[in-house]
Design a protein around this ligand. Structure first.
Ligand SMILES: Nc1ncnc2c1ncn2[C@@H]1O[C@H](COP(=O)(O)OP(=O)(O)OP(=O)(O)O)[C@@H](O)[C@H]1O
Length: 263
């Protein structure tokens, strides 16, 4: 059976004022794919994700999710989506329990089911003792785990993760990587945006590189490696973004830092 197309971007362009941020993005994403969506700071990655999620508006081209044009469909498709944003506004005064019940119910779970699932998932992360504590008292990594749980409570088919491992320790990173691989095996589709190249290299089965709002590479790590003759995704990234100046920049930076000190 042909894999199902989950997400499609056709010639999508977006400008903020007179600044063009995305220039004709074409992308078809299929069931079970883990897309590593990478690119330099300001390339337009978050903008792409926010457009797909309907969080920002005003673009040209077409975006389809689960076969429906998002400009024409109602909001029901959102129930099948999970999202961990780059910077999250957590309701810090709520406890983890309250926050997770709230998001679970918003996505259509009963409060009993949301509580049961939220507690079990918190427990798997070793956070059951903090279930009734306010999020304001959570460490960065604990908050990140709560966000990951909230993105999965309703068992979505399509996941958008923007730097999801931010603040997580090495053990937790291993667990999340494994979880993502298992979710993809079950047919979930994951759109994964990150700057941590070795993680992207390991977990993605397809890598899309965005530079200045344009897709400049799209393929598996093995395919990109063959095209570029570089051994690591970091090397491929440097090569395709034309960046070779790290030593010179560091040299000038440190020189400036050490200038003009009064003794
Ligand atoms: N609401 C906005 N208004 C004006 N410009 C914006 C807005 N959001 C993003 N931009 C601009 O769009 C460009 C792309 O931003 P975006 O956040 O999509 O980049 P990114 O690839 O996710 O970067 P990073 O890796 O740093 O997170 C940047 O130049 C940014 O300044």
């Amino acid at each position: 059976m042909e894999p199902q197309k989950i997400l499609s971007l056709v010639n999508v362009s977006k400008s903020f004022g007179n600044k063009q941020v995305l220039s004709g993005i074409n992308l078809d994403v299929y069931e079970g794919q883990i897309i590593g969506y990478i690119g330099p700071n300001g390339a337009g990655k978050s903008t792409t994700v926010k457009l797909i999620l309907g969080l920002i508006e005003g673009y040209s081209g077409m975006i389809e999710i689960f076969g429906e044009n998002i400009q024409k469909s109602d909001y029901t498709y959102k129930k099948r989506i999970g999202y961990v944003p780059e910077t999250a506004e957590l309701y810090e005064n709520l406890t983890a329990f309250e926050f997770l019940i709230f998001t679970g119910e918003m996505y259509g779970l009963t409060s009993e089911k949301a509580e049961e699932k939220a507690f079990s998932l918190m427990k798997e992360f070793g956070l059951e003792g903090a279930f009734h504590q306010r999020l304001s008292s959570f460490s960065k990594g604990m908050k990140q785990k709560v966000l990951i749980i909230s993105s999965l409570l309703h068992d979505p088919d399509l996941l958008f993760y923007d730097e999801p491992l931010s603040g997580l320790d090495a053990n937790s990173v291993m667990v999340i990587k494994e979880i993502l691989a298992k979710l993809a095996e079950q047919g979930k589709t994951i759109f994964y945006s990150s700057h941590i190249m070795d993680v992207v290299e390991k977990i993605s089965n397809r890598i899309v590189l965005l530079v200045n709002g344009e897709v400049v590479a799209d393929g598996s790590f093995e395919e990109l490696k063959q095209q570029s003759q570089e051994g690591s995704l970091e090397g491929i990234f440097n090569q395709l973004t034309g960046f070779t100046e790290h030593e010179e920049i560091a040299e000038r930076f440190v020189q400036t830092v050490s200038e003009g000190k009064r003794l």
